[in-house]
Design a protein around this ligand. Structure first.
Ligand SMILES: NC(=O)c1ccc[n+]([C@@H]2O[C@H](COP(=O)([O-])OP(=O)(O)OC[C@H]3O[C@@H](n4cnc5c(N)ncnc54)[C@H](O)[C@@H]3O)[C@@H](O)[C@H]2O)c1
Length: 387
């Protein structure tokens, strides 16, 4: 086997996503498995170069994982011809500028969602990347979750018949930060820092709906900030200027309707932190991050509405577990491997910065719909052109 090294500048690796999912669970996990086998006698070996603002934090991570390269000077890293890929998992508000620089330096680009803070910026990045002829991608990890892969298997196998509706329930209680520490960074609750649940979650809903059920044709959202003040990492009280809950209805190409609640102000009475119920003429399914349960029309009970008597059946017990039928890798790692193959082997890839821009577009229109109190059409974006 010949080993081919690919050098990846990884910015934002001190953060939650950058460290755990992208560095440890993806890039380092690929190294632990011996690299990425390209199937032609070559093994791809990702070599991360940690980039960030705090020297001691980077050094600390590098030492912990036996890594040699780290820098606080993004410009110098991008000027290094040995760097192949720029990856960005910084706070959202810092992404656009850094990605623009990476494209100008001729690096391939892979980044977290949302790709920019507004549609104009997201489209500009995608256009620049296309014109520069680099490979580019956005993280769309939910597509690689076991629960959603099972759902996709059901769709591809024709289980549902005609899909009528999708009900998504996402959320959990994020502590305010006074008597219990908040489990998400405080910038998520400040609009001026790129926070807000719409900006965070609608990009996910865009690609999940698009890839599984059909492109989103219209959006109607009610967006709110239920908890107006919170305590930050220093224990200081601050105004939560960003939305912490969004109640959205999405009309999909093909006629199905999706209704998704996203909330950091809800207590979980579900099996998983996100669940989608899909109802079709032939059957229904409830998929979470990992599990998926189904009920076929032939096994559907016939309840009769009568509030005077207790429930006669245990409805949740009437569903059947969908088997794994295989092993599921970490979703972030699975997508990293596809991106690396796209970069070095030119294999097909559709999760590019234009796909990322669609997510930003849906978030922007969701917020607008709520502010204006009306349903908005979602114009189609084809290679950066609004149709
Ligand atoms: N794909 C997913 O499921 C998913 C989940 C959560 C977050 N995200 C995205 O990942 C990105 C990072 O989110 P996170 O939760 O890891 O955030 P985080 O606050 O834990 O990490 C942010 C990172 O950005 C760096 N940074 C650069 N400039 C900064 C600045 N001006 N202020 C503060 N930090 C700065 C920090 O040092 C840190 O490394 C966001 O864009 C978010 O939308 C994606």
């Amino acid at each position: 086997m010949t080993r081919k090294t690919v050098r990846i500048a990884m910015n934002g690796v001190t953060g939650r996503m950058g460290y755990r999912q992208h560095l440890v669970r993806s890039v380092l996990a690929i190294r632990e498995q011996g690299g990425l086998d390209l199937g032609d006698g070559t093994v791809l070996w990702p070599e991360p170069v940690l980039v960030g603002r705090r020297e001691h934090a980077l050094q600390d991570i590098a030492e912990r994982h036996g890594l040699e390269h780290w820098s606080t000077d993004l410009d110098a890293v991008l000027a290094d011809p040995a760097i192949d890929i720029y990856f960005d998992a910084q706070v959202t508000s810092a992404r656009e500028e850094a990605v623009r620089k990476a494209i100008a330096a001729g690096k391939h680009v892979y980044c977290e969602k949302p790709t920019a803070t507004g549609l104009e910026g997201a489209l500009e990045l995608a256009g620049l990347a296309r014109d520069a002829g680099i490979k580019h991608g956005v993280v769309q990890d939910k597509l690689f979750l076991p629960g959603l892969l099972k759902l996709k298997r059901l769709i591809d196998g024709g289980f549902f018949g005609r899909i009528l509706s999708v009900r998504g329930e996402f959320g959990y209680w994020v502590f305010e930060g006074d008597w219990q520490e908040a489990q998400r960074p405080s910038w998520n609750y400040r609009a001026e820092d790129g926070g807000g649940i719409v900006v965070d979650m609608f990009p996910h809903w865009e690609y999940v709906l698009h890839e599984l059920f059909g492109a989103v044709k219209s959006v109607q959202a009610h967006v709110t900030t239920h908890v107006p003040t919170r305590w930050d990492e220093q224990g200081k009280l601050y105004d939560a200027t960003a939305d912490d809950a969004a109640y959205g209805i999405f009309q999909l190409e093909g006629g199905a309707v999706a209704q998704i609640n996203s909330s950091w102000t809800v207590r979980v009475n579900r099996d998983e932190l996100v669940e989608f119920q899909v109802d079709g003429t032939e059957g229904s399914a409830v998929a979470g991050l990992r599990a998926c349960r189904v009920q076929h029309r032939s096994a559907t009970p016939k309840p009769v509405w009568n509030p005077d008597i207790p429930a006669t059946e245990r409805f949740r017990d009437q569903w059947q577990e969908v088997p794994d039928n295989g092993e599921f890798d970490n979703g972030f790692k699975a997508q990293w491997e596809l991106f690396l193959r796209h970069v070095v082997l030119d294999e097909p890839w559709r999760w590019d910065l234009f796909a990322g821009a669609r997510g930003v577009q849906l978030a922007e229109l969701g917020l607008k719909s709520s502010a204006e109190g009306r349903r908005l059409d979602v114009p189609e974006l084809t290679a950066g052109v609004l149709l």
